[in-house]
Design a protein around this ligand. Structure first.
Ligand code: ADP
Length: 320
């Protein structure tokens, strides 16, 4: 296993493979490492292998080959120590719905061997932090979908793991709750917890994560700091709202322009120019911009391109 001296790795996998009993090759040898303290996104389309990878890391799924180390503990030789470093929030709601909210968290603390007093104190701490303390005596089944997800986060945190893994934590959660969950996750990451997140909401990854790995068909196809991944997108399309209507799109050096409607101008920015050039040219023409937004989420664009590249390869293969 490759380790970089001086850097504490929260997680490293080496040539991780998984072939399910039906012959399905879900992971084809993946290598990635997550630095301690990082906020790491694992992205990929449905069926890419994200849940399988997370399942292996948290020892819910048996690997077919390769190695996994969690804070230096190999899961083959030191499973209990590895497991104690991890808190997992799975994709499926897997709460005992007949248990009280309080007991869901308290029992998990017992499972990790926390002394009774500490278990009680931690249960209160995390139920309060996730705004579920008022509901502590209710059965888990009475909670809304967003609350159930928050309860799973409280449960995953009660033993204060160094690594928190969340599989699609905000799937189906409304925007307000999603944003408050983001704030909470940012805060615990700032306090030192390493976080790995899988998500379909690329905006979520872009907003939260400092490092991104993209997995597709059981292989890692991108693994880099978020800023590097975003820089790869040298072309960006901006939509400008204009104060005064135009009759035709202005010609701007270094930019392609399309007038979407008389007050909305779409500007495609090439790699050699920056936004200062754009505004200088617009000022010269007395075109006043009221607001500006990215046409698409940049990470989403990159993702589409990676998948398109693959489809182009496929088209070449079948001669289209
Ligand atoms: P993701 O989380 O990225 O959507 P998964 O890890 O769930 O991907 O799935 C990866 C591949 O493994 C898919 O082709 C999926 O159908 C397959 N797979 C997942 N679980 C099983 C299983 N228990 N048995 C057989 N195949 C499975």
């Amino acid at each position: 296993m490759v380790t970089i001296p001086g850097l504490m790795q929260a997680l490293s996998t080496s040539n991780l493979t998984k072939t399910y009993a039906n012959g399905n090759q879900a992971l084809k040898g993946i290598n990635f490492s997550v630095e301690a303290g990082d906020f790491y996104a694992l992205l990929g389309p449905n069926g890419a292998g994200k849940t399988t990878a997370i399942g292996i890391i948290s020892s819910l799924v048996n690997k077919s080959g390769g190695e996994v180390e969690i804070f230096g503990h190999n899961i083959d030789t030191n499973l209990e120590a590895a497991k104690s470093c991890i808190g997992l929030v799975p994709q499926e709601i897997n709460l005992n719905l007949w248990e009280s909210v309080h007991n869901v968290v308290l029992n998990q603390a017992g499972y990790y061997g926390l002394a009774r007093r500490l278990a009680g104190a931690r249960t209160e701490k995390y139920l309060r932090a996730l705004r579920l303390w008022d509901r502590r005596d209710d059965q888990a089944r009475s909670l809304s979908g967003g609350m159930k997800r928050r309860l799973m986060i409280a449960r995953a945190l009660v033993h204060e793991p160094k690594l928190l893994i969340l599989d699609e934590p905000t799937a189906g959660v409304d925007i307000e709750i999603r944003r408050s969950m983001w704030e909470f996750l940012r805060a615990i990451n700032a306090a030192g917890t390493t976080i790995i997140l899988t998500t379909h909401y690329l905006e979520e990854a872009e907003s939260l994560c400092r490092h991104v790995a993209i997995i597709d068909e059981g292989k890692i196809i991108e693994d880099a700091p978020m800023s590097t991944v975003l820089r790869k997108l040298q072309r960006e399309v901006f939509v400008l709202s204009l104060a005064e209507p135009l009759t035709e799109a202005p010609e701007l050096n270094g930019f392609e322009t399309v007038l979407r409607d008389d007050c909305e101008l779409e500007v495609d920015k090439g790699p050699a120019v920056n936004l200062n050039d754009l505004f200088a040219q617009l000022n010269k023409r007395n075109i006043e911009v009221v607001s500006l937004r990215n046409k698409a989420n940049r990470l989403e664009e990159l993702f589409m391109r990676l998948v398109e590249k693959k489809q182009d390869g496929f088209k070449e293969m079948v001669g289209q």
